[in-house]
Design a protein around this ligand. Structure first.
Ligand SMILES: NC(=O)c1ccc[n+]([C@@H]2O[C@H](COP(=O)([O-])OP(=O)(O)OC[C@H]3O[C@@H](n4cnc5c(N)ncnc54)[C@H](O)[C@@H]3O)[C@@H](O)[C@H]2O)c1
Length: 440
């Protein structure tokens, strides 16, 4: 879809159902967090939709409304949660197991969390080697499984009286795969579902079912999912917005903050070594080399795309970029990342920067899930369909509207693009920071 200036956005009336395939650490931290915020026992820190403001007009106008007052977004009180998992534990039990939020906080939210029980999942261990769980659908073919998911979606919508639904994949990272012939068109994909093609991953079956049911889709993991010609064709056909992939949280967030700074000052880079220790289930899944490969590809693309070595060969022509994730159970969700960055200054003199980030993965990811759900719902009501590049801000591996476009990774360009998209949809002037008006 072409962006349209000053569009009529359908109002956010009624309930918005947020469907989460995969209800582990990120999903339960998100759900419990929204419930805590609704009860006034927590603040939505890290969420642009809840805490961000947007400047309109000149700097001298002093007009910076809250984003949630500026564009029509669903209210937190109007959200209903649902999802699927291969483990049958309810959201309270899953949150306790994930160990991200304190037990004392979860106790206060217990009845609401206990009421959220995962629907039976579509799962195939060939795609997540380290996991196996009992809460799984059986079906005569992958198309049959997709149809069962569609029934789940229909039932969820009716039972909860939802006006609209959106989906955010929060399931485990599947093994690295490249698109094959079965992904090349919708017709071939549907034939592949009927024939239970080995090339079709569970995450693609969820994406297919959601799109068929008119549900906009976001992919929080790095594996191949909606970013295939077949599913993009379906999104276009259904006039639905989609976005992905791989939430940009800890170390990669830091990279997309620091690297644009080096480039802005024309400082060179010889190497960037990143290593992590992580002890949650995500860490365990990523301990499998094939799932790690999906993550590695997603993480490695960032530096090259920001630094453009083909334009700046003297500065960035020979970078050694290494990324490691080590599964270390005692650390749980509290990931620790170390970066060693070898930068180069005037006359080639070397310098080093060390970053030691003691982060909390799901605490960083939860507000992203909220923003994506609210913005993709906004996009749908604004009549925007296909790949939503203005949501690149949230992704390690942003999808682009066409294959020949390189993704924009610079966090600050991404934020400007996001805010200008909101201004554009409202019919307001874009802010380019030229400032010509102040000279008069
Ligand atoms: N936390 C972060 O900062 C971050 C950043 C980027 C991406 N991610 C990605 O987000 C996803 C979720 O992360 P997490 O920390 O919550 O992991 P997690 O292991 O705690 O949760 C994932 C859940 O998905 C379930 N699952 C796996 N396959 C499924 C299927 N086919 N259907 C339904 N459920 C399925 C698992 O049982 C598990 O409960 C992972 O893919 C992770 O790589 C997380």
């Amino acid at each position: 879809m072409a962006l349209k200036k000053g569009v009529d956005v359908k109002p956010a009336t009624g309930k918005l159902g947020i469907l989460l395939p995969g209800m582990g650490a990120v999903a339960t931290t998100f759900i419990a967090g929204v419930q805590a915020i609704r009860k006034g026992i927590g603040k939505p820190i890290g969420s642009l939709t809840q805490m961000g403001h947007i400047r309109l007009g000149k700097r001298t106008d002093n007009n910076s409304p809250a984003i949630k007052d500026y564009v029509s977004l669903a209210k937190l009180d109007d959200i209903v949660f649902g999802g699927w998992d291969i483990f049958p534990e309810n959201a309270y039990e899953a949150a306790v197991k994930a160990g991200v939020l304190e037990k004392s906080l979860l106790e206060q939210l217990k009845p609401d969390l206990e009421a959220i029980k995962p629907m039976t999942a579509v799962f195939e261990q060939a795609f997540v080697k380290k996991l196996n769980g009992p809460n799984v659908k059986r079906g005569s073919s992958k198309m049959d499984l997709a149809e069962q998911l569609m029934e789940d979606i229909k039932r969820f919508k009716t039972t909860n009286g939802c006006d609209r639904l959106v989906a955010v994949w929060c399931g485990s990272t599947e093994v690295y795969r490249k698109p094959t012939d079965v992904h090349s068109s919708l017709a071939k994909f549907e034939a592949g579902l009927k024939g239970s093609s080995d090339e079709i991953a569970p995450s693609q079956i969820y994406a297919y079912a959601c799109l068929k049911m008119g549900v906009p889709y976001c992919n929080g993991a790095p594996n191949l999912s909606i970013d295939t010609p077949a599913l993009l064709e379906l999104a276009r056909q259904q006039k639905l917005p989609v976005t992905g992939k791989d939430f940009k949280t800890g170390q990669t967030l830091m990279k997309t903050i620091l690297a644009p700074g080096f480039k802005a000052r024309m400082l060179g880079l010889d190497g960037w070594y990143s290593t992590n220790i992580l002890g949650n289930r995500d860490g365990e899944v990523l301990d499998d080399p094939e799932s790690f490969k999906s993550k590695e590809v997603s993480k490695l693309g960032v530096i090259d795309n920001i630094l453009q070595p083909h334009i700046y060969p003297d500065l960035y022509g020979n970078i050694s970029h290494v990324v490691r994730i080590n599964y270390y159970p005692p650390r749980g969700d509290a990931k620790e990342g170390w970066d060693n960055i070898d930068i180069v200054g005037w006359l080639g003199y070397p310098m080093q920067i060390k970053v030691n980030f003691l982060c909390r993965d799901s605490i960083l990811a939860a507000p992203i899930v909220l923003d994506l759900a609210l913005f993709i719902d906004f996009a749908q009501r604004a009549g925007m369909s296909g790949v939503q590049e203005w949501l690149s801000f949230y992704w390690k591996s942003p999808m682009t509207p066409s294959e020949d476009l390189y993704p924009e990774h610079d966090l600050f360009i991404q934020l400007m693009k996001l805010k200008n998209t909101l201004r554009y949809t409202k019919g307001d002037d874009l802010i380019t920071h030229l400032g010509a008006e102040y000279y008069d």
